[in-house]
Design a protein around this ligand. Sequence first.
Ligand SMILES: Cc1cc2nc3c(=O)[nH]c(=O)nc-3n(C[C@H](O)[C@H](O)[C@H](O)COP(=O)(O)OP(=O)(O)OC[C@H]3O[C@@H](n4cnc5c(N)ncnc54)[C@H](O)[C@@H]3O)c2cc1C
Length: 395
Amino acid sequence: MTTLSPEELDAARAEMLELVRTFTAKEIIPVAGHFDHADEYPERIVEQMKEMGLFGITVPAEYGGLGLDLLTYVMVVEELSYGWMSVSGFLNTHFMACYLIKTFGTEQQKTDLLPRLATGEIRAAYCLSEPDAGSDVANIRTRAVRDGDEYVLNGTKMWITNGREAGLCAMLVKTSDADPSHRGMSVMLVEKEPGADVSGGISVSPNIHKLGYRGVETVELSISDHRVPATALLGGEENVGFSQMMSAVELGRINIAARAVGVAQRAFDESIRYAQERKTFGKPIAQHQAIQLKLGDMGTKLHAARLVARDAAERKARGERADLVAGMAKLFCSEVCWEITQEALRIHGGNGYAAEYPIERLYRDAPLMIVGEGTNEIQKMVIGRRLLEDHAIER
Ligand SMILES: Cc1cc2nc3c(=O)[nH]c(=O)nc-3n(C[C@H](O)[C@H](O)[C@H](O)COP(=O)(O)OP(=O)(O)OC[C@H]3O[C@@H](n4cnc5c(N)ncnc54)[C@H](O)[C@@H]3O)c2cc1C
């Protein structure tokens, strides 16, 4: 929730978007291809994002953040992803951890962590998945055992984005053998040394080599007898971590939707430009009806995707139940993005396959959004179940 009046918020949002659009055009678009192909961490971009306050964009002002709302965040993610999807990846897990702390944290956790997170002094990872538990979250094995004033953590977390550079890991662990198992899970706020391969009992694997989403590291964390103070337990309450983490996943899904819109918009704009420049059979390909049909479909779906993503953000920001709309936004926008990047590749012909054109990168980045924050198959099942439960579609 923001404390700004609607007018102040509109003005702050417009100002922030202008700033981010200029930043994307000047600092991200010219270098995205280089960093993607080299799979290199863009340190300067991350430092500039810190200076712009982006790591604290939704952190309340009293804890040192900008205090802006979820819709603003979504629009910022669209803009950054238009330049390079990985840049929004630096923010997303951080943003989810900030949300967890501001929503469920104790006052001590808020005052200790949020100001440092807001400036980017420490960045955060979101640690849910394990080697044998992605869709099947109930199957996590990482465990925290209370020992006096501390917890001792053991287990493995897989696919952890920002896992090396993060100074804070919001980690889902088991704290009891309750049945069903989600009633025995808690969230630990685990601090570690940013950039280190080993920090206490936490070892960071080499970066996983990925199809796309490069430049932002994704790693495995092996946790062996790692001790944290008992105050690291989110909200000071055991066995309520599953619903806390799932509430943040809703935000992650809205973030994916926004990211998909940004990538799809870029693929669409590149396609329009290319179709007007490239000539075959004596005229720009844009004048061939087959290309116009593609552009018509792409533009229509892109517009619908943006509306769905922003609607989900606005509902969640208003405090409405948003699991259904967040899931629908994630599902729809990621599928539309995947489709649009494929069509963009076709429109570019052979050049769509060449690394010097951005389409090749957009095409590799798009599938992550189908898998991340819950696969689209799982998304459809969750949506289907919800609709069966209470016919939740508004008329
Ligand atoms: C680049 C990248 C970054 C990531 N970053 C993070 C991160 O920062 N933090 C984090 O915690 N996780 C992260 N993840 C993990 C991601 O959330 C999981 O990969 C995702 O949830 C899927 O889990 P899985 O890979 O274990 O696939 P599985 O769960 O093994 O699924 C495999 C296939 O089976 C299907 N399937 C599974 N169960 C069912 C079912 N009941 N019915 C029908 N179909 C089913 C799935 O849809 C999928 O098609 C990341 C993943 C990637 C690729």
